[in-house]
Design a protein around this ligand. Structure first.
Ligand SMILES: *[C@@H]1O[C@H](CO)[C@@H](O)[C@H](O)[C@H]1NC(C)=O
Ligand SMILES: *[C@@H]1O[C@H](CO)[C@@H](O)[C@H](O)[C@H]1NC(C)=O
Ligand SMILES: *[C@@H]1O[C@H](CO)[C@@H](O)[C@H](O)[C@H]1NC(C)=O
Ligand SMILES: *[C@@H]1O[C@H](CO)[C@@H](O)[C@H](O)[C@H]1NC(C)=O
Ligand SMILES: *[C@@H]1O[C@H](CO)[C@@H](O)[C@H](O)[C@H]1NC(C)=O
Ligand SMILES: *[C@@H]1O[C@H](CO)[C@@H](O)[C@H](O)[C@H]1NC(C)=O
Ligand SMILES: *[C@@H]1O[C@H](CO)[C@@H](O)[C@H](O)[C@H]1NC(C)=O
Ligand SMILES: *[C@@H]1O[C@H](CO)[C@@H](O)[C@H](O)[C@H]1NC(C)=O
Length: 887
């Protein structure tokens, strides 16, 4: 069974060594973590655990007794030395001092057992001997065989005491025999459990064998998961590799293009601002020119009106008023003179010229070209991807080939055959076991019955004795019931002599065997000290350090111990790790680390990505930008514009001016001048209301001024440093273009290396998964530890615990038969009808203690009334068949 199971493992190990090798040092570069699904697990049903139930109490008592007999801890060293000697050396050369020492050590360790066994043997030898002597002695009317009882004052007390003691003893014997009986029944009843346990172990072994190919198939089939992921990544090479390249290059390219794009917007905005300036300037000019002409007419009219003789006369008092008015007339004019501002039509024309080339479109083209990188990468890496695809199929084919190379099914069939063969052999054993168990049961029951018989005699004797006891009857006149009780007790004594040594023989033999097995096998198994003995180097085979790897792999130096295997299997690990198969079939070594790495790398060597065709900004675009700098925006007199914008509409407030004029006119003598001046003051008020107020407040002019303000400020901002900005943009675009055209290989290599590592990472994940699965999940070897546990339960829990409890109970009974004999003999005296009795309580006549008529010649009245008997008739043996009618 070992060999096919091993082959199965070999197969498991090798099925995946074909895939490829894993370089353990390389860090996994995989981006996505793969999910291979769980390995279909075999469900083992055996529960190798035994709870003895109520009888466990008896087991514990038995163990406590064993502990008293054998308190020494497990003698690991001694056992190892004895086992190494294989007993042979001691036998052949027992005079060697070290062998004598060893023997003494063994005896010292076994002292408790030796003492008990000696006691048992003494019991076996002495009890029949004493019984024989007692019998013969009684036949000769000695040893209390005479049917005479001395009358004593304390007879009642003595009888009571004896009865109590005998009763107690008999109860103890009963308890012992019940204990033995229970143990006997327990063993028989565990037979069914044993069959169930064995069967479930066998079924687990089937599960173990049948599941393994499925699990291996699963491991192999999951190559598909890794392969699909690789294929998926190959299909997405544009996104994964091209995207990464795009992203890397984009760090330089995109800002440059963005700047160019922004500049295209600025050019458009500049045109709009220039247009705004032109339009608003016209609006404002129109408004102010109208106002200026009306104001100048008023000015003219007033000066005409003052051109009057009244003012001309230098002696006239009003002259200085006229002069005053005349001199103030110069203030009567507009303040913000938009007509004085130079137009921007020249710039507008140039900008319009620049705009004839659609820079935004050109930059957009650049973007498009650059964003096409993933597609270009896809196109240009097509052959590499194909190569890797081919490699994948090759690896897949290799895996399939390897899996077919090993005959999984045949091996499993072989293993299954062995299991079923073993199973049927075990099944064949069952009738034998049943038969043997029946014989064993019968024998044990017989032994129990022997004790039971004695117990029954004792109880009946006591019953009859107690019931038939008559306080007033003298020993010779005891009733028939009492007499029968006594005789029954004596019969019990007889059976005790006959059976007790047989019982003790059985007890001693089973005690020595069962006790030692319990102490040397069962207890050390639980404490796992037994494994330490088994694992002791060179124990099983002197030339081998460890025997299990020695047998399995012919490599005894391997560190593989029984305890190792047992505990690993108990944790339900894979048999690959439990048996340390990695030391035999080193999977890491079988995987050539360079195999797929090298192949994949070779495919990637031919990877070339050429992005030279990408043009970020063509010559037109560049010229366009340069032309814009030459549009003369910076030549606009922004300060003049701002100055005019900040001025008010008129130099003086027209209403104040008009009131002033009125006041001055009032000082003039009534006349045409005064009337005329007052009229012009009114005209000024009208102009203010009709022209100045709109210029200050109407929507049209306010908006125009604001727009002009905005546009001029915008133009000023744009003009600042414009040529520097443009040259910076051109420089950035140039750098980006250079990167793409001449230095993309650097980035491409960097990114394709990462991409390659991520592909390899999938293989690594697959291999690591296979490794852990093989360690933990494939062919989990719980059945192996279960078999060991089951063997322990069968041997220790069922057989030896029951057997030990059996001798414990029976031994207790057998031992207490001795006091029972003595007490029964003494007590029988108080129940049986005596032939003679004392006349005087404390008379000392003869050494027999009764009144001897032959000696004294005086007739005892009672005796005299009876016919004369010979000695034999009068004092029959207690156990002898009655001759007299009274019996
Ligand atoms: C031009 O005028 C319009 C409307 O008055 C305004 O929305 C726009 O912002 C102005 N453009 C610039 C560049 O000032
Ligand atoms: C406004 O400017 C124009 C053109 O320079 C000039 O002819 C006119 O006299 C100016 N008007 C005033 C009030 O300064
Ligand atoms: C498949 O196995 C053969 C021989 O074992 C080997 O030469 C070949 O390189 C393997 N193919 C792959 C793709 O690993
Ligand atoms: C299976 O058993 C047959 C005969 O018993 C043997 O020839 C064959 O080699 C075994 N196969 C394996 C894989 O152990
Ligand atoms: C298996 O082989 C690998 C590399 O060949 C090595 O690093 C590792 O220690 C080996 N493992 C065992 C258990 O021998
Ligand atoms: C021009 O606009 C700025 C803010 O945009 C403002 O602070 C300033 O007063 C404005 N000037 C005029 C004359 O409206
Ligand atoms: C300004 O002059 C125009 C004609 O030049 C005239 O139609 C208009 O009424 C005048 N406005 C005022 C307020 O006099
Ligand atoms: C290419 O770019 C890398 C870094 O991006 C730089 O180290 C290298 O010098 C550049 N080579 C050329 C030829 O520009």
């Amino acid at each position: 069974m070992r060999t096919p199971a091993l082959t199965l493992l070999l197969l498991a190990a090798c099925c995946w060594c074909c895939c490829s090798g894993s370089p353990p040092a390389a860090p996994p570069a995989a981006d996505a973590s793969l999910h291979f699904g769980s390995v279909p697990a075999g469900v083992y049903e055996t529960v190798a655990y035994y709870e003895p139930g109520p009888i466990g109490l008896l087991f514990n008592m038995m163990r406590a007794f064993l502990h008293v007999v054998q308190p020494n801890p497990f003698p690991q060293d001694l056992v190892i030395r004895v086992a190494k000697d294989k007993f042979g050396a001691i036998k052949s050369d027992y005079q060697k001092p070290e062998n004598i020492v060893l023997t003494l050590q063994v005896i010292y360790y076994e002292l408790g057992f030796v003492v008990c066994a000696v006691v048992g043997i003494l019991f076996i030898v002495l009890v029949p001997l004493v019984g024989l002597l007692f019998c013969m002695c009684r036949c000769c009317d000695n040893c209390g065989g005479e049917m005479h009882q001395r009358q004593k004052k304390n007879a009642d007390c003595q009888r009571g005491l004896l009865t109590t003691l005998l009763l107690t003893t008999t109860f103890i014997i009963t308890a012992g025999v019940l204990c033995a009986y229970a143990a006997n029944q327990n063993l028989s009843s565990q037979l069914k459990t044993m069959k169930r346990l064995v069967n479930s172990n066998i079924r687990d072994l089937y599960t173990f064998a049948n599941n393994t190919p499925t699990q291996i198939d699963h491991l192999i089939s999951q190559y598909g998961t890794a392969k699909n992921q690789v294929l998926c990544d190959l299909d997405n090479v544009g996104q994964l590799l091209g995207g990464r390249i795009h992203e890397e290059l984009g760090k330089v390219v995109l800002p440059a293009l963005d700047e160019a794009q922004n500049m295209a917007g600025v050019i458009k905005d500049t045109k709009e601002a220039l247009e705004n300036v032109t339009v608003t300037l016209a609006v404002l000019q129109e408004g102010t020119v109208q106002l200026e002409s009306n104001l100048s007419r008023v000015r003219m009219d007033i000066s005409n009106a003052l051109d009057d003789p009244a003012c001309a006369d230098s002696l006239s008092p009003i002259v200085h008023i006229c002069v005053n008015i005349l001199s103030s007339l110069s203030q009567l004019e507009i303040s913000a003179n938009y007509s004085a501002l130079p137009g921007v039509s020249e710039q507008l024309a140039k900008v319009n010229d620049v705009l004839k080339t659609d820079l935004a479109q050109i930059v957009h083209q650049g973007f498009l070209a650059f964003n096409d990188t993933p597609n270009m990468v896809t196109d240009q890496t097509r052959n590499v991807a194909e190569g890797v695809r081919g490699l994948l199929d090759g690896i897949g084919n290799n895996i399939t080939r390897f899996s077919k190379l090993f005959p999984v099914q045949t091996t499993v069939n072989n293993v299954t055959n062995i299991i079923s063969h073993t199973h049927s052999q075990i099944e064949d054993l069952y009738p034998e076991i049943d038969k043997m168990d029946f014989y064993r049961w019968i024998s044990c029951i017989t032994l129990c019955c022997m004790v039971a018989l004695i117990v029954v005699f004792n109880f009946l004797g006591l019953l009859c004795g107690i019931l038939g006891f008559d306080r007033h009857a003298s020993p010779t006149s005891r009733g028939c019931v009492s007499n029968t009780g006594g005789n029954l007790l004596m019969a019990g004594v007889g059976f005790s002599f006959m059976f007790s040594w047989v019982l003790m023989a059985v007890v001693t033999a089973t005690f020595v065997l069962g006790g030692n097995v319990e102490k040397l096998v069962c207890e050390p198994f639980h404490s796992r000290e037994l494994f330490k003995v088994l694992d002791c180097p060179n124990l099983v085979n002197p030339s081998w350090k460890h025997f299990i790897p020695g047998y399995l792999f012919n490599n005894p130096e391997m560190d593989l111990t029984v305890e190792n295997i047992y505990s690993n299997c108990k944790e339900n690990r894979g048999i690959y790790s439990a048996l340390h198969l990695d030391k035999v079939f080193n999977i890491s070594a079988l995987f050539s680390p360079s195999l797929y790495t090298k192949d994949v790398s070779k495919k990637f060597d031919s990877l070339k990505v050429d992005l030279k065709t990408i043009v970020l900004l063509n010559t037109d675009g560049k010229h366009n930008l340069i032309n814009f700098t030459e549009a003369g925006i910076k030549d606009i007199d922004f300060a003049a514009y701002m100055e005019e914008l900040n001025k008010g509409v008129t130099r003086v407030d027209l209403l104040t001016f008009a009131s002033d004029l009125d006041a001055k006119a009032d000082q003039l003598n009534n006349g045409p001048v005064q009337t005329s001046i007052k009229g012009h003051a009114n005209t000024l008020r009208q102009i203010y209301a009709k022209q100045v107020v709109p210029l200050q407040q109407s929507m049209k002019y306010v908006t125009a001024r604001n727009t002009l303000n905005q546009s001029i400020r915008f133009l000023e901002r744009t003009a600042t440093d414009l040529s520097n900005k443009i040259s910076e943009i051109l420089q950035a675009v140039e750098t980006a273009q250079h990167l793409i055209t001449h230095n993309a290989t650097f980035t491409v290599n960097q990114e394709s290396e990462k991409y390659k590592q991520s592909l390899i990472g999938y293989f690594e994940q697959y291999i690591n998964w296979i490794k852990t699965s093989l360690m933990m999940e494939v062919a989990t070897c719980k059945p192996v530890s279960n078999i060991v546990d089951t063997a322990e339960i069968l041997a220790c829990g069922f057989l030896f615990d029951s057997m030990n409890t059996f001798w414990f109970g029976l031994g207790c009974s057998a031992l207490f038969l001795l006091p029972s004999i003595i007490l029964s003999v003494r007590l029988a005296k108080f129940y049986r009808r005596m032939d003679t009795e004392d006349v005087y309580d404390d008379m000392e006549i003869g050494n027999n203690g009764y009144y001897n008529e032959h000696v004294q010649g005086i007739q005892n009245p009672v005796i005299a009334s009876l016919p004369a008997y010979d000695t034999m008739t009068r004092f029959p043996r207690a156990s002898a068949p009655p001759r007299h009618g009274d019996w």
